[in-house]
Design a protein around this ligand. Structure first.
Ligand SMILES: Cc1ncc(COP(=O)(O)O)c(C=O)c1O
Length: 396
């Protein structure tokens, strides 16, 4: 008689060791994503609506209605493969940035653009330069290809671009710069970036990761595609996941001169951006109203959170993104306390910042729930610290 139970598949460390993965793949610590709302809801026995997630730098407004409509129209195309060259979206991007279409690469999120850059230029043993406390995917993309990490100490939590230029070695193939940076929110102005680019040897590819570009205040914005025209070794990456509100669809893009773009597209998987994502991103790109409203909401939310931090005498790093890093002491304990109160933020110990939490700017009500929960969470965490016998770690 057939059994209804799921089959038990025996695995063991010995089995895994026999698999042919190279040592540099075995050494990877997987990316730690923000905790999903449904997971916490199951753990706490709460309705998902009662939980606030400020952990993954998403747009709290969700997707634009214009993108939803475009996606609904595109549903009828889903039985066919997407346009592997992304003609519609690339045309819109080409027009927006006044660049030819063969300067553009579409990615499954800008994450894929970061990975493609490494896949294009790295060979095992070659080095990659990136900053301490910069986006985790730089280390992962380097590690996955057996690259050597040159991690340049941060300066005031941000990129020390002079030190990064000086850190480039003869075998360096790639430099990653996040501007603004995640998780610190720091920003390097146009003059500093231009001076850095001028110092980088032409055989080293620079990835300028501008995932949070649309959140920059107008006076800080600059046209980085201008540098793409000047530097054949520069790849600028951007995303639809943040200000455009399409994180779940996974779509981003890179802008580089055609020689570099051509190489990147040799390692890109065909059909990497799906039909719905292409349609939604094309509509979102044209939706300037949604973008302006998202910018304004973020700015107001940033003021709301930072005012509360100042009132609570908590140190924070001024941020140019849609998130802010705040120093809370034992962040793992404070994080547990916040989770108990239905608030998900991001601990950043894996970024070498064990006393800090990264908080995404939400709607005014979400920010408020976080602020209201933070005081008691800090008090409970400090109480637990003072009496270790009652702490979750020691009672486990
Ligand atoms: C600095 C930075 N770059 C790139 C990404 C990748 O985002 P996505 O793949 O959703 O475009 C993120 C995501 O959090 C990020 O913080």
């Amino acid at each position: 008689m057939p059994s209804r139970a799921a089959p038990v598949i025996a695995t063991s460390a010995a089995n895994s060791a026999a698999l042919p993965a190279p040592a540099h793949v075995r050494a990877i610590s997987p990316y730690q994503p923000g905790k999903p709302i449904d997971e916490l809801a199951r753990e706490l026995g709460l309705a998902p609506e009662a939980i606030v997630k400020l952990a993954s730098n998403e747009n709290p407004r969700g997707m634009p209605a214009s993108a939803r409509r475009a996606m609904e129209r595109a549903m009828r195309e889903v039985g066919r493969y997407p346009d592997s060259n992304g003609f519609g979206l690339k045309s819109a991007l080409a027009q927006k940035f006044a660049v030819p279409m063969d300067w553009l690469t579409l990615g499954n999120g800008s994450n894929e653009i970061l990975e493609l850059a490494a896949a294009t230029v790295l060979e095992p043993g070659a080095s990659v330069v990136y900053a301490q406390h910069s986006f985790a995917v730089y280390a992962l993309a380097t590690q996955a290809r057996g690259g050597r990490h040159i991690v340049v100490p941060a300066r005031d939590y941000g990129h020390d671009l002079d030190a990064m230029a000086a850190a480039i070695e003869s075998d360096t193939r790639l430099v990653y710069i996040a501007n603004p940076n995640n998780p610190t929110g720091t920003f390097a102005g146009a003059e500093r970036v231009a001076a850095f680019l001028a110092r980088v040897p032409s055989h080293v590819v620079v990835v300028l990761d501008e995932a949070y570009n649309e959140y920059l205040a107008p006076e800080r914005r600059f046209d980085s595609t201008r540098w793409v025209r000047e530097f054949p070794n520069l790849l600028v990456s951007r995303t639809f996941s943040k200000a455009y509100g399409l994180a779940g669809l996974r779509v981003g893009y890179g802008v580089a001169q055609p020689e570099l773009t051509d190489l990147i597209n040799r390692v890109r998987a065909p059909f990497n951006v799906n039909v719905l994502a292409q349609a939604a991103a094309t509509a979102a790109l044209a939706d300037e109203e949604f973008l302006a409203e998202s910018y304004a909401l973020n700015r107001a939310g940033m003021l709301q959170l930072t005012a509360a931090f100042r009132q609570m005498h908590l140190r924070y790093v001024p941020s140019a993104g849609n998130f802010v890093l705040v120093e809370v002491g034992a962040a793992d304990r404070v994080n547990s306390e916040l989770l108990q109160r239905g608030v998900i933020v991001r601990p950043v110990a894996n970024y070498g910042l064990p006393n800090w939490l990264r908080v995404t700017i939400g709607t005014p009500a979400e920010n408020d729930k976080f602020i209201v929960s933070l005081g008691p969470a800090l008090a409970s965490a400090r109480g637990a610290e003072a009496s270790p016998a009652s702490s979750p770690a020691s009672s486990a």
